[in-house]
Ligand binder design. Structure first.
Ligand code: PEP
Ligand code: MN
Length: 278
């Protein structure tokens, strides 16, 4: 997989010693420490009301951060593209009310200052993992960066993408396995469980699991969340919607609020079994 010789190419992302890990601050917590952190929210921010309602619900269930897409990378140009800056404002208002940190995807290198005004963690999506111009621009942010694995990228390519961020001087990098393209079409992507222990072994950076995009079906999200925590993930990124049937994106993989509450209970049990807390 990642050979000794090649791995030295990601000098900054590489693990230096067994117990030297990087902790990334999110809200009052540190991702990568013993406590499992959960980031939850809708795929897309759809209205001020919607994001507020979901924010309160996920906070109550134990999430530390609220995710929500404002600028959406959609496969089809005819699909909903997100409410843009207005959606970032609505999320910042939800932060005021709940204290949750805000996570949102950035696609435009020119929007880093605007994102820094509204969000606490800048997400780089799977489709942009090797958009090197974007990586260099987003690395200028003062905030942590959640870099998702490209759906067609190897772990070596992934860690080299993280290296771009680190080399620009942003040390608050979060990795996230979100599933890869395989021949299997029953699920939207194949969640690569191997990536969790492999990334933890190869790198000192914290690792999240995204069981929502990793499966594409809400029915499998809880099982994969449990598996990812058992495999050593430091946290989860989960899509939650108050009415998934009416979601403007990714409704099929979004948990209802009661289902998210159930997932949190299950994850707590697994965390305990592997000597971690939630
Ligand atoms: C998302 O988080 O909604 C998203 C678009 O994710 P990915 O980049 O993993 O497809
Ligand atoms: Mn989504």
């Amino acid at each position: 997989m990642i050979t000794e010789e090649r791995s030295s190419s990601y000098k900054l992302a590489q693990r230096k010693a067994p117990h030297i890990d990087t902790f990334v601050p999110i809200q009052k917590e540190k991702l990568g420490e013993n406590k499992i952190l959960v980031i939850a929210g809708p795929c897309s921010v759809e209205s001020k009301q919607q994001i507020k309602e979901i924010a309160h619900a996920v906070k109550e269930a134990g999430a530390v951060a609220l995710r929500g897409g404002a600028f959406k990378p959609r496969t089809s140009p005819y699909s909903f593209q997100g409410f843009g800056a207005k959606a970032l404002e609505w999320m910042a208002q939800a932060r005021e009310e709940t204290g949750l940190a805000i996570v949102s995807e950035i696609m435009d290198p020119n929007l880093v200052p605007m994102f820094d005004d509204y969000v606490d963690v800048l997400q780089i999506g799977s489709r942009n993992m090797q958009n090197f111009h974007l990586l260099k621009a987003v690395a200028q942010s003062k905030n942590p960066i959640l870099l998702k694995r490209g759906m067609g990228n190897t772990l070596e390519e992934y860690l080299l993408a993280a290296e771009y961020l680190l080399l620009e001087g942003n040390t608050k990098v979060i990795l996230c396995e979100r599933g890869i393209r395989t021949f299997e079409r029953h699920t939207r992507n194949t969640f690569d469980i191997n990536a969790i222990p492999a990334l933890k072994a190869q790198s000192h950076l914290p690792v999240l699991a995204d069981p929502s995009h990793g499966t594409g079906k809400w029915q499998y999200v809880e099982a994969i969340a449990r598996g990812a925590i058992a495999a050593g993930a430091d946290g989860l990124l989960v899509e939650v919607h108050s009415d998934p049937d009416k979601a403007l994106s990714d409704g099929e993989q979004s948990l209802t609020i009661p289902r998210f509450c159930s997932l949190m209970k299950q994850v707590k049990k697994i965390a305990k079994a592997v000597d971690r807390s939630v």
